[in-house]
Design a protein. Structure first.
Length: 163
């Protein structure tokens, strides 16, 4: 199907750059693989947390997700406080404290940092697949999808996979 055919029902799609469309495609593919292979087809916060906590210390301590963590810290926290982008994640109330502590650099536990990053990626997934990102025609999401995809790819390489 041609983009112009989809544009009829999804105005603004043609305005996205090729890089933005590629980032959305890559994110979609990697999320579905992550959910199938790591989360045993059940993409919940609880399942993400459980899978992170099962990882060996060697997997979470070599800094492989540091760039993504830095990006999220810079995007969602300003002067030590949550900003409007943080609110836009629409995190569950029970998840907000952990994520904010990590993004504010208060909680430096490697497991907590990886959990927080994956909780943010999970919110991107929910906000994207449930339509919230269409409120602004999916624009301005290239960095979000690119960093999320990089993290998901590394998780698929490093995490033990379900059978």
């Amino acid at each position: 199907m041609d983009i112009s055919e989809i544009e009829v029902i999804a105005p603004g799609l043609e305005k996205l750059s090729t890089d933005e469309r590629d980032a959305i495609f890559t994110f979609t593919l990697l999320w579905t693989l992550f959910e199938a292979k790591i989360l045993d087809t059940h993409g919940s916060v609880e399942n993400i947390n459980r899978n992170v906590r099962r990882l060996g210390q060697d997997i979470v301590t070599d800094g492989w997700f540091g760039e993504t963590l830095d990006y999220f810290c810079n995007r969602y926290v300003t002067d030590g406080k949550a900003n409007r982008h943080f609110d836009g994640l629409r995190l569950r109330i029970v998840d907000r404290p952990l994520v904010l502590e990590v993004l504010s650099r208060i909680n430096t536990d490697n497991y907590a940092q990886l959990q927080a990053c994956l909780l943010i990626v999970h919110r991107f997934r929910n906000n994207f697949f449930h339509g919230n990102k269409w409120e602004y025609n999916i624009g301005g999401q290239l960095d979000n999808f690119s960093h999320s995809s990089r993290l998901l790819k590394e998780c698929l390489i490093r995490f033990p996979q379900s059978d």
